[in-house]
Design a protein around this ligand. Sequence first.
Ligand code: NAD
Length: 459
Amino acid sequence: MKITIVGSGYVGLVTGACMAEVGNNVLCLDVDASKIDVLNSGGIPIHEPGLLEMVARNRAAGRLAFTTDVEKAVAHGEIQFIAVGTPPDEDGSADLKYVTAAARNIGRYMTGFKVVVDKSTVPVGTADKVRAAIQDELNQRKLSTPFTVVSNPEFLKEGAAVEDFMRPDRVVVGCAADAEGERGKQLMRALYAPFQRNHERMFFMDVRSAELTKYAANAMLATRISFMNELANLAEILGADIELVRQGIGSDPRIGYHFLYAGCGYGGSCFPKDVQALKRTSEEAGSGSRILAAVEASNDAQKHVLARKLVKEYGEDLKSRCFAIWGLAFKPNTDDMREAPSRVLIRELLERGARLRVHDPVAMEETQRVLKLDFADHPDWLSRVEYTDTPNSALEGADALVIVTEWKAFRSPDFEFIRNTLRDPLIVDGRNLYDPATVASYGLRYIPIGRPIVTPQTV
Ligand code: NAD
């Protein structure tokens, strides 16, 4: 099939590459010419395991191409995926200006039947707006070309995006209940058939339910994380261990083990904005959501937990202190720094005068870019941030080590080296990576989240 992907970011590029991988002919469009230049010269603008190789393979096979030419992109695919960004507006609702612009472009140039697929995460009712924008353009051209708008939200996880797309848990498709909608449904069924060869994973529904399903999934996951973070904070006060509590409740199949880890807050491009947008939708609909408001507030507070622990150890004035930070990306296997808890920690520590030695396996360049924006008001503070090539070199001259992202490379460190290198042998662990007794056995003090603090004397 011939497919066009509008927006070649995380979702668009992965969708395009995976669709090409199973034999489709895919043209990816983006308004960002520098992104398209990178893609056309054999690179990819993001870090995502397996993606570079997949893009290269399919480009070489002539099934995947990239362009900034809107007219050519609209002409290419009978199926047009819209995978542009939907950032939060000032009031928290999803800003649909990129989605609307993409829709108008389709209406402006289409000449035959199109299935327009909303893959971006968009509020309930957006398909109607996309339909209206396309129809308006067609009316201006005095055309009555048929089309349908389908909702097909994406559930991939950054860091495992290719794997998730190739082996989806489910494919949700919302179609209109008319003849064009039925035509769209059949095309979507055929398009996704190669991704579900061992059992049916497609859920067909009405468009509004599909749109709401995406927000419901992310809001539920964010709620689980915030719930565990609050329990962790309570466990600290009560002298309980959140890891044992996690195992105790996760063993109940109604609860399950997934997404029950306490930490230093969730970030990324999806949970914060989707929780905010669903809260806004609930308010606008007059129903409101006390739960989502609490989830959001709880997560904002949790992003300060690591700084709070350091201040408790060293006091408010951190001018004479230097901290090593391991992990900057909002989660492992990505260089995405959007809403990353590390940014809150870095601000808190720099504000108090600390020096930082930071390391991330892939997000160093992206960190430098976003910190320049974050500290546009205090560019001089950034001279106190040093980027180190390895995790161990971040420790040199540092008082304590702070772990923010649970990269695999941090799971089994050389604790002896850590103890001998840090000025004050302390690890503050925002991701509960280690067995506390093991850390203490190396003569290190260990402050995890929601677990008792261990010092060499207490074990
Ligand atoms: P992104 O910012 O990485 O990519 C969006 C791309 O769209 C950018 O490259 C931008 O230049 C391009 N663009 C904007 N307007 C355009 C236009 N009119 N024509 C062509 N290109 C245009 O965003 P993303 O992370 O891929 O997210 C896209 C959507 O998918 C969002 O709604 C997001 O919520 C949703 N989503 C994201 C993830 C994720 O993990 N990133 C997962 C599921 C769903």
